[in-house]
Design a protein around this ligand. Structure first.
Ligand SMILES: Cc1cc2nc3c(=O)[nH]c(=O)nc-3n(C[C@H](O)[C@H](O)[C@H](O)COP(=O)(O)OP(=O)(O)OC[C@H]3O[C@@H](n4cnc5c(N)ncnc54)[C@H](O)[C@@H]3O)c2cc1C
Length: 584
């Protein structure tokens, strides 16, 4: 098959390039990876490598002409292969509009010439550069694919710009503030203040550093990153528009990684002023005196922890009988107890019906077991879940099947349309950044010819409260429901030297293992560094280590990870730092 040689994208800002020197002439044999021409852009002068081995059958653009990035400049054919008909009339002297793409990033679609450099060029086009899309792009490039990554907003998606990373910056600052404020070692009763502006600027710096890092990674992997809104024209062609300019790209495969948007209730509109979603709350200019958080799921309890430690009076309103309702019952109860002890008010079985504004506050009507009540606050944070983000994609036209409001995929991330995959929040399985990344890798490996699937029982759940929650595998109720004979090992943080030394002694590690063989079915941790500790438990599960194996690992002292070993030993009745149980 004839391969097109193009002017590569050497950075997101470069728009044009000039071939300074062809290092091969027509008819020469070139090896994949061998330098084929010298290129100059406004950023660099560099040698460009051949994308394939074969004969340089035709040079389409001569030296010293500036052409847009991605212009096809030459054709490589296999041994004995003829030049495809469509290139035969073109010579290096042909005026540019007839042989190259329009000005990058694009003139109108009607002016896309018949020979688009994008056509047949990309092995995979990925729409959305969040943790699903950018990780998929890197893995695809590592496997030798030619990758197009389309992003309409910022690299890193929700996770980097509005989710995981901003909240962790705020959690860290809030924790320090709370610790100092409540310590008679550091605080003598005079004032400690929070400079919210500085907090936000620190967060912004972290986000920018990480975004820059991801851009550099993509650039180093030679991923073609295009800014604009991606939309399917058909399963093999994607239109990208930016400020009215349109460009069309072709790819053999596509991955939809467009993520999710914050949801609200039909009766309550997010206004960005008093009623906020997680997107707006991270831009608050002042710390509110009090806040109502609608939803006691992962995002709700995380913001509750941040605001509570910053000194805001927090009330969580949760429709279900429990907060973080998918976790192990014991963890749910213990977290609620600890959050309430810290001063967070939690109303469960509280269904929010509507909102009404007054000048200073906002009032919510709630239904509690058939009785209507009113609660009021300065701000309301809607944390009632997220919906798929597919509105620009034209999915109806290409016939993508949906399921419960999200894109339907199989365990290989394939949609119902051949060659189109979907990953991350847009498929609504586990709406977590690391799940999106793993789904991205699974999609790429499948489309590159490997067969692999994701096992959601080996994806950890991490909740960033004070203290943290982390879990993997089955909770106790689910293990019993599936008919396992189980035994539980548990160890409290209170008996761990490091936890006491650092003043973080609340919580426990709970290991659920099959009674006879010690197969680890689930691990549930509530406590400091739970989200890091769960990693070693996952490793044990992935390597099919038994609970006894976990108990044999020698841990550094003092470390919080000793709690995992002790919980594993407790499963065997052998925990060292637990008093001997008297037999009844
Ligand atoms: C407040 C908050 C805190 C969170 N904290 C955590 C956490 O601590 N840990 C964790 O694992 N998860 C966390 N999450 C969830 C995590 O952010 C998401 O699961 C993750 O970002 C999903 O990744 P994704 O790649 O599927 O989508 P996204 O990150 O949403 O990225 C999708 C990208 O696609 C782009 N896009 C959409 N449509 C188009 C189009 N038509 N053309 C071009 N581009 C398009 C969007 O602009 C976006 O950049 C948090 C979420 C929130 C809201």
């Amino acid at each position: 098959m004839a391969i097109e040689v193009v002017i590569p994208m050497l950075g997101i800002t470069a728009e044009k390039g000039k071939i300074l020197k062809w290092l091969k002439k027509e008819g020469d044999f070139v090896k994949k990876g061998e330098p084929i021409f010298e290129l100059e852009t406004d950023k660099v002068v560099t040698e460009v490598e051949s994308p394939a081995s074969g004969t340089l059958k035709k040079i389409l653009v001569r030296e010293d002409i500036e052409v847009p990035i991605l212009t096809v400049v030459g054709i490589i054919t296999e041994k004995g292969e003829e030049l495809p008909e469509r290139y035969s009339g073109i010579t290096p002297e042909t005026p540019l509009p007839n042989l190259a793409i329009p000005e990058f990033p694009g003139t109108s679609i009607s002016s896309v010439p018949s020979i688009s450099p994008a056509e047949g060029f990309f092995d995979v086009a990925i729409i959305g550069a969040g943790p699903g899309g950018y990780v998929a792009a890197i893995r695809a490039a590592q496997m030798g694919a030619r990758v197009l990554l389309v992003e309409k907003d910022e690299i890193g998606g929700t996770c980097l710009n509005r989710g995981c990373i901003p909240t962790k910056c705020f959690l860290s600052d809030a924790k320090i503030y709370n610790k100092v404020r409540n310590s008679d070692i550091f605080f003598n009763g005079s004032e400690i203040t929070i400079d919210l502006k500085k907090m936000v600027s620190r967060k912004n710096k972290v986000v920018e550093t990480l975004k820059h890092g991801v851009s550099m990674l993509l650039e180093s992997q030679k991923v073609t990153l295009v800014k604009g809104v991606g939309k399917f024209l058909d399963p093999k062609r994607i239109e990208v528009s930016l400020n009215g300019e349109v460009q069309v790209y072709s790819a053999k495969n596509a991955i939809i990684a467009t993520g999710s948007l914050a949801a609200s209730l039909p009766s309550i509109k997010v206004d960005g002023q008093k009623i906020l979603s997680s997107d707006e709350v991270i831009h608050l200019k002042e710390i509110p005196q009090n806040i109502l958080i609608v939803g006691g799921g992962v995002i709700g309890v995380e913001f509750a922890s941040i605001f509570n430690y910053l000194g805001t009076k927090v009330k969580i309103l949760e429709m279900l009988p429990y907060i973080i309702s998918t976790e192990d019952d014991e963890v749910i109860r213990a977290l609620r107890f600890l959050l309430e002890k810290q001063g967070i008010e939690i109303l469960t079985e509280a269904k929010v019906l509507n909102a009404s504004h007054s000048k200073k506050k906002i009032e919510l009507t709630i239904d509690r077991k058939g009785r209507q009540e009113r609660v009021s606050g300065e701000k309301v944070l809607m944390a009632v879940g997220r919906i798929q983000h597919t509105k620009d994609l034209n999915l109806d036209k290409i016939g993508i099947q949906m399921e419960r409001g999200f894109i339907k995929v199989n365990s290989r991330m394939e949609t119902n349309i051949d060659g189109i995959y979907a990953i991350g929040d847009v498929i609504g399985k586990m709406m977590l950044a690391h799940a999106a990344s793993e789904e991205g890798i699974v999609a790429i490996e499948n489309l590159m010819g490997k067969v692999c699937e994701i096992n959601y029982e080996r994806v950890p759940n991490c909740i960033y409260t004070f203290p943290e929650v982390a879990s993997v595998g089955l909770n106790e109720a689910e293990a019993k429901r599936r008919g396992y004979g189980i035994q539980v090992g548990k160890f409290p943080y209170l008996k761990n030297g490091k936890a006491l030394a650092i003043g973080e002694s609340e919580g426990f590690v709970k290991i659920i293992a099959e009674k006879e063989l010690g197969q680890i079915l689930g691990v549930h941790i509530l406590g400091e560094n739970a989200t890091d500790l769960i990693g070693e438990c996952l490793l044990a599960i992935n390597l099919e280590a038994s609970v006894e194996d976990l108990g044999e690992v020698i841990k550094g002292h003092p470390t919080i990870s000793e709690t995992v070993k002790e919980a594993a030993l407790d499963w065997q009745g052998l925990a060292i730092h637990m008093p001997k149980q008297s037999k009844a």
